[in-house]
Design a protein around this ligand. Structure first.
Ligand code: OFO
Length: 169
């Protein structure tokens, strides 16, 4: 049985993952408006991944006989308009999510909650990948972002990204 405290913390994390999906959907819309369809696709797939992340916590709570408490999702406040600024915001957001995952992992250790710790280990690895991907794209955009041809080919490349359902924990 999951503790009340862990249940509440994981429900809060479901909300953060759904907010992430919302944020990336908003970024996808900005890219579509700028006719950057490949970038729009990349953020759209990212939004789908975030929904899957939320479901990972959702399923964990259900599997352990807990109670799901879905909270209101904040509207994303997005002023960024260029691909570089969108990916800088992405990295900033993922660093925040990583900190949240670490806190949950610490809670699992403090409560000696082995199933939650096992689940959270998957998210710790996932966050490593999320941050590293954003960093690499920021690096590429910083170097070639002013080159219209480079942006064109990057947009083409991002149009090939497809959603792969993650196997969580
Ligand atoms: Fe769920 O990893 Fe991004 O936010």
């Amino acid at each position: 049985m999951i503790s009340e405290k862990m249940q509440e913390a994981l429900n809060a994390q479901i909300n953060k993952e759904l907010y992430s999906a919302y944020l990336y959907k908003a970024m996808s819309a900005v890219c579509s408006q700028e006719n950057l369809d490949g970038f729009a696709n990349w953020f759209n797939i990212q939004a789908q991944e975030e929904y899957a992340h939320a479901m990972g916590f959702y399923n964990h709570i259900i599997d352990r006989g807990g109670v799901i408490n879905l909270l209101a999702i904040d509207a994303p406040c997005l002023k960024e308009r260029t691909p570089l600024d969108l990916f800088k915001r992405t990295l900033e957001h993922e660093q925040y999510v990583t900190a949240c995952i670490y806190e949950l992992s610490d809670l699992a250790v403090a409560e000696n909650d082995k199933p939650a710790k096992l689940l959270l280990d998957w998210y710790v690895r996932e966050q490593l990948e999320e941050e590293s991907t954003a960093e690499k794209i920021i690096d590429t955009l910083t170097r070639f972002g002013k080159d219209e041809n480079a942006l064109f080919f990057l947009d083409k490349d991002f149009s090939t990204r497809t959603f792969v359902q993650p196997t969580i924990a």
